[in-house]
Design a binder for this molecule. Structure first.
Ligand SMILES: C[S@@+](CC[C@H](N)C(=O)[O-])C[C@H]1O[C@@H](n2cnc3c(N)ncnc32)[C@H](O)[C@@H]1O
Length: 430
């Protein structure tokens, strides 16, 4: 007789976690207090950013009730509206849910900060989106202003700027990052076309979708000429490639699952935009080199970025499976990626020279009296700490930036691994 194997404790826990999607209970009655923090706000740096946000909005406040609520000292309808529409860390204002609270409900994942299209593609070293929303507010950016991201990565800042109606210009040396950022911010404009092609992609291409002879990318180009739709379907494949390479998941199952989740997230985004009547910012993401930026002098209203942390993470190696699948020569690519060029000591020296060039470019393109935010952490290389944060402060100040705030962002992540980063806010003074 066949006996059924009992599940291990770990398996049961994973099953339970995987069956629960992340969401607040919106039916609860919420406190009529002036301003209540979101439940996911846990760290000191977040409280600090919440306070800076309030100060930028011109709000006087007192922190109350175990640090989770604020009493507002100068109330007005206008300030309430501003907080409700733009605030990043608040659940309710006088009992009414904020826009951000509604936005984060639209989440197809189990992670609180991967709402709307943020989750698409498992990119290492993503910004925390809530922090970016707060920083966009803190540096005083408004609708129609331009924020520049010279290392745009997975497109976190692109999506957050777009949601606040701020125009975004971003570059990244990795073509994979360009696709990620564009898919997250542009798919909402082409959902009908995406849906129209879905059955064709699945039925026509599916039998040999992942065989080496089928050139999926050419097939997709053959059925649509819209670059945004092409990027969307290319990304669905890259998610399956990544799932297969990292987690050994079956290609086809993963492709269908991710395609459906991507479509659901794009629908969520459109629904949220309409429900909250959001006027989205324009987004432009290009393949480019932060050491040689194609923007004019004094042309952007703010910069928010996080450069490679010295040589901490090999971005080329990390995404090699997807870059190769897209047809790129991974070894040739390395020569332009900051932080992965050279070996041994020369690697650190090359990093320093490259990052200096990038910081000079930031100085050149930023308008005077505007702010540049750099999120950076120290790295360890060959057993030694590389003091990237200190290096950044010193070099930025030599260019004519003034350090306005240096917030320590110490967090304990998965398995209690400590991550220490600094949020550095500079002003272009000279
Ligand atoms: C820390 S990540 C940025 C992550 C991003 N903030 C996010 O939320 O996903 C650093 C990025 O720098 C990019 N990069 C490396 N060298 C570059 C260069 N020369 N020019 C532009 N981007 C570069 C890498 O491809 C990587 O995406």
């Amino acid at each position: 007789m066949e006996t059924k194997r009992l599940k291990t404790k770990g398996e049961t826990m994973i099953e339970r976690a995987e069956s629960q999607f992340w969401a607040y209970n919106t039916n609860n009655k919420y406190s009529q207090q002036d301003l209540v923090l979101l439940d996911n706000v846990q760290f000191i740096y977040e409280l600090s950013l919440a306070e800076l946000e309030l100060k930028t909005f011109g709000i006087d406040f007192q922190v109350t009730n175990g640090l989770r609520e604020f009493k507002l000292l100068n109330k007005s309808n206008e300030l309430n509206k501003l907080l409700k529409r733009r605030g990043a860390y608040y659940k309710t204002i006088e009992g009414e849910f904020t826009d951000y609270f509604h936005i984060i409900q639209k989440n197809q994942t189990r992670s609180v900060n991967q709402y709307l299209t943020h989750w698409i593609y498992p990119y290492k070293g993503k910004f925390h989106p809530q922090m970016i929303r707060a920083l966009l507010n803190i540096i005083g950016l408004k609708k129609g202003d331009i924020v520049f991201e010279p290392f745009s990565g997975s497109g976190t800042a692109a999506l957050e700027a777009q949601l606040l109606g701020i125009d975004f210009v971003g570059i990244d040396i990795s073509p994979l990052c360009v696709i990620q950022g564009r898919v997250k911010t542009e798919s909402i404009y082409v959902l009908d076309e995406i849906l129209k092609l879905k059955d064709e992609v699945i039925t026509k291409f599916m039998p040999n979708l992942f065989s080496t002879e089928t050139n999926y990318y050419r097939l997709i180009k053959g059925i649509t000429s819209d670059k945004r739709v092409i990027n969307f379907y290319n990304m669905a494949r890259l998610l399956a490639v990544s799932d297969n390479s990292r987690r050994k998941r079956d290609f086809r199952t993963s492709f269908i699952k991710n395609l459906n989740l991507m479509i659901a997230s794009v629908k969520d985004f459109i629904e949220t935009k309409e429900r909250l009547n959001l006027k989205l910012g324009n987004v432009k993401i290009e393949n480019g080199d932060s050491r040689d930026v194609k923007l004019s002098n004094n042309s952007v209203d703010g910069i928010i970025t996080s450069p490679p942390y010295s040589i901490a993470l090999d971005y080329v190696q990390n995404d090699a499976h997807s870059l190769k699948d897209l047809g790129f020569d991974v070894s040739r690519m390395r020569k332009d990626f900051i932080g992965v060029r050279g070996t041994g000591r020369s690697r650190v020296e090359l990093y320093n020279a490259d990052i200096e060039k990038s910081y000079s470019e930031m100085y050149r393109v930023l308008k005077p009296n505007k702010y540049a935010v750099i999120v950076i952490g120290n790295a360890t290389y060959q057993g030694k700490e590389v003091k990237t944060a200190e290096f950044t402060i010193k070099y930025m100040e030599s260019l004519g930036f003034k350090l306005i705030k240096n917030i320590n962002k110490i967090i304990f992540g998965l398995y209690n691994v400590m991550k220490k980063e600094n949020i550095l806010i500079f002003k272009k003074e000279k």
